[in-house]
Design a binder for this molecule. Sequence first.
Ligand code: NAD
Length: 422
Amino acid sequence: MHNNPWQRAQAQLKNTAKYLSLDPLLEARLGHPDRVVEVSIPLRMDDGSVEVFEGFRIQHNNIRGPYKGGLRYHPKVDMDEVKALAFWMTMKNAVIDIPFGGGKGGVTFDPKRLSEGELERLTREFARKLTPVLGPNLDVPGPDLNTNEKILQWIREEYAHETGADAPAVITGKPLRHGGTDGRTEATGLGGFYALMETMRLLGRGHSGLKVAIQGFGNVGSFLAGYLKEEGFKIVALSDSKGGIYVPDGIQDLKAIQECKAKSGTLAGCYCVGSVCDLSNMEVLGGRDISPQEVLELPVDIIVPAALENAITEENAKKIQASIVLEMANGPTTLEADEILRKKHVMVIPDILANAGGVAVSYFEWYQNMHDEKWKKDDVFARLKDKMDTATQAVYENAKDYKVSLREAAYIVALKRLYDAA
Ligand code: NAD
């Protein structure tokens, strides 16, 4: 039942509220989104036919600032998913302590099915329908699954066209030349790296040689893998939607793997020695192929779900051998799985902390636009580190004080900040 993300979000809220004797009015406000926007997007397709698409924007809560969260294009987008994701944005933005509330949106369709022209027409129509509820001080969308800077730029253009005001801060994730920020591409992976490093420091644990397996080798997974490897962790397994590779002694050349994946469309078979990547190297490296699921069940120290929701379920949680889970995807662990991991003393660094680096740097982009500033990449990264370290410390301290898991502690930190702002 708790595979329904909105039910899971509600359960997480209820579970944490009890530690704080939370004001029932605040609990009710967080248990119900402020505003639900549902739009129809009729579209003339390239072949002359007409299709109607369904779009959503959930403005969950703005106690701490403008609604903030991504727009996703995916066939599985539905109201409950978007509501849960918007709730998690409210919590995440409070944990990382940026002055934003939570929002999320999307359109239900498979973008691979549409031509470039259809995608642009759909996006512009979606943007026109959303314009009345968007604005730099009202609701600021950013990219998410299958949306990118080009799509966000179309939204900004439509907003400017409809309102007569070109406001770069109405969206984040813009191209650099159009007011985007340096460092956004790396931000989520780098933020997860900082959260992990700070947690290890607080625990007094060394990290050199620890084995890591990563599910999902997209933007987040690939940058995170690079930072971890540089710091002496051993990346032993990587997977994408089609398959994965496992090299128990450690994967050497991540860049070559990335190039191999870009060329062949999948990680499977990307066993690289020097710049040569093919299956014949598998034996040389002592590796073997794995399925996208198996990557989470390997004998490693740390697993990183960095793909989709519900990756860790009641079924596979029992098989997990790692002692740390770094949740880079949103909502990768079901409630039942969370309970199993707790009983097995697996430490979960929760999504609303681990992947908050992305929205932190989106806030930096918004701030630079609002104040007509331009920060250097080093400056962005230093500010990101400060945000991640401070948030990780707050979560760790609350976990100790309340004798709860890091996930519950992250919700406690968020609820305290929301209470202070209400
Ligand atoms: P992406 O589209 O760049 O990469 C996703 C990766 O997951 C791809 O390698 C894909 O092949 C893989 N994948 C998809 N289904 C899979 C499956 N069933 N098993 C294994 N791998 C699978 O996306 P991203 O930007 O890297 O985001 C990854 C996750 O992190 C998402 O859950 C996203 O919501 C979350 N997240 C991203 C950001 C960000 O800034 N990009 C911020 C916060 C959270």
